[in-house]
Design a protein around this ligand. Structure first.
Ligand code: ADP
Length: 498
């Protein structure tokens, strides 16, 4: 019998769902049922938001350094359970153990970082225009935060949202992805053990269109933070726009790595392999376009294909595996569909992969590392997010052409350039339209204390992580203290004769 997991509402675990239950199966072996989860709806969202609203006054009045102490304990507990959580995450969403360990480590880093923010959370103190008057700005909590997360970073993304929300004094309701609900349960258990008061954090499982949408629409939710597809992001932006709720969106990417003719090719190939095939290409920062100077294109292409061919596919729980499965059947169909599209595009050449492997891997949702050459900006495989282990090689004749190709995208999340020329590197930093640029590193590998997010259709202007993560979950308040003992009029008393 598979384990029955629950929603976590007002400090209680409840396995019953008003819309029934759903199963979570391993993508490496769909006969492996990880657990049964409540399929929730309006009823559970209502109860969870009510609990979060009731817990808000006490939590928001708890001094931020105290809230930070709890987050520090959360970090300690994540460390203690790192291996166990990583194994569960690999089992439920497929990526290899080294990467789910990294995923948990990101959560640990995030806990300690925001625990420290509890003692900073800097505002400004500034002079005012008038004598005997004091001016400052402080951060205030927004209220109840609604967090909607995807499955590709099942632990890290919920922590990126919940830790800054909590340190700023908000309470929250988390709706995790249907493909990674068990990892979210672990996070809630850790919140509980760390001493987060009841009602402050709540977890509601369910699908997007019912459970997720009910959270977005709830009138007591003050801010929505969402990571997922651009289509869903647009729908959420429409709903939150109508109700004037704050909404932070982290959406798709079509990230490119440029390799100039002076690059260290060994390093550039290693970076491309990691960027394209790590997490089976299912990162919003994955490298899906490789823009290469024509002088090194043929050598790089040959060597990349040779090395990609050797990557070992398999169950991510086996230490020797380098590439795990895709997350589910739909995702595999989508990736296979794009490989068909690629082969039909005039000029594109499939050099490797493009299909699901046979043999003992055929029972899981595996897909072979795939390399296309001859890709150009007009092609759909150049422009559309595939979210799979597929990389398209684009040949260019100059630095200018490389930057133009990289920028020829509706998305702008991550980017990278390999070059030994420092002038070119700085020009790239200036000219690339993206929220993140790596010099001589792959497009993946964000750290928790720098802003994370992108330009264009990748989001709506917010940045998660670091200090900018606090901006999503707090309201600025300007404070004026007049200790003159009389009415002083700004702009008027300062210029009495104008
Ligand atoms: P992905 O391709 O990563 O699955 P989605 O945007 O479909 O991207 O899903 C990301 C998260 O958004 C999941 O938790 C999903 O349940 C949720 N979601 C999907 N549709 C909606 C919606 N209409 N309203 C709110 N949440 C949704």
């Amino acid at each position: 019998m598979a384990a029955a997991y629950g929603n976590f509402i007002n400090g209680k675990w409840i396995t019953k769902g008003s819309r029934g239950t759903f199963e979570n199966r391993s993508p490496a072996d769909p006969s492996d049922v990880i657990g049964i989860f409540p399929e929730s709806g309006h009823e559970e969202i209502e109860a969870a938001v009510r609990a979060a609203a009731e817990a808000l006054p006490a939590w928001s009045r708890t001094p931020a350094p105290r809230r930070g102490e709890i987050l520090r304990r959360v970090g300690d507990l994540l460390s203690k359970h790192k291996d166990e959580i990583a194994k569960l995450a690999t089992r439920e969403m497929g990526k290899v153990l080294a990467e789910t360990r990294g995923d948990v480590q990101e959560g640990i880093d995030c806990a300690y970082y925001y625990a420290g923010e509890g003692r900073r959370m800097f505002g400004q103190t500034v002079p005012t225009e008038l004598p005997n008057k004091f001016g400052m700005s402080i951060r205030r909590p927004i209220g109840v935060a609604g967090l909607i997360t995807p499955w590709n970073f099942p632990l890290a993304i919920p922590t990126w949202k919940s830790f800054p929300a909590l340190i700023c004094g908000n309470t929250l309701v988390l709706k995790p992805a249907e493909d990674s609900p068990a990892t979210a349960v672990k996070l809630m258990e850790i919140f509980e053990e760390a001493g987060v008061p009841k009602g402050v954090v709540n977890l509601v499982h369910g699908d997007g269109p019912n459970t997720g949408a009910a959270l977005v629409k709830h009138e007591k939710i003050g801010v929505i933070s969402f990571t997922g597809s651009s289509e869903t992001g647009r729908e959420i932006a429409r709903l939150t726009g109508g109700s004037l709720k704050r909404c932070s969106l982290e959406l798709g990417g079509k990230n490119a790595q440029i390799v100039m003719e002076d690059a260290d090719l060994d390093l550039a190939i290693e970076g491309a392999l990691w960027g394209a095939f790590g997490t089976t290409g299912q990162r919003c920062t994955a490298t899906s376009r490789l823009i290469v100077h024509k002088k090194v294109a043929s050598e790089l292409t040959g060597r990349l294909v040779e090395q990609a061919k050797k990557l070992k596919l398999g169950n991510g729980l086996e230490e020797s595996t380098q590439v795990g499965p895709l997350v589910n059947k739909t995702q595999r169909e989508r990736v296979a569909g794009y490989c068909m599209v690629g082969q039909e595009e005039d000029g594109a050449k499939l050099l490797l992969g493009g299909k699901a492997p046979g043999g003992k891997l055929s029972k899981g949702y595996f897909f072979e590392p795939t390399v296309f050459a001859g890709v150009t900006p007009k092609m759909r495989i150049f422009q559309e997010e595939i979210f799979g282990p597929v990389i398209g090689i684009v040949e260019v004749k100059s630095f200018e052409e490389a930057i133009a190709a990289l920028n020829d995208s509706r998305y702008g999340l991550s980017s990278s350039i390999y070059t030994k020329d420092v002038n070119r590197a700085f020009k790239a930093i200036e000219q690339i339209e993206a929220g993140i640029t790596y010099i001589n590193g792959p497009t993946i590998g964000a750290e928790v204390h720098l802003p994370f997010g992108g330009v264009k259709d990748t989001g709506n202007g917010h940045r998660e992580a670091g200090i900018t993560g606090l901006d999503i979950f707090s309201e600025w308040k300007a404070v004026y203290v007049d200790y003159s003992g009389k009415l002083q009029k700004a702009q008027i008393d300062t210029h009495p004769d104008d």
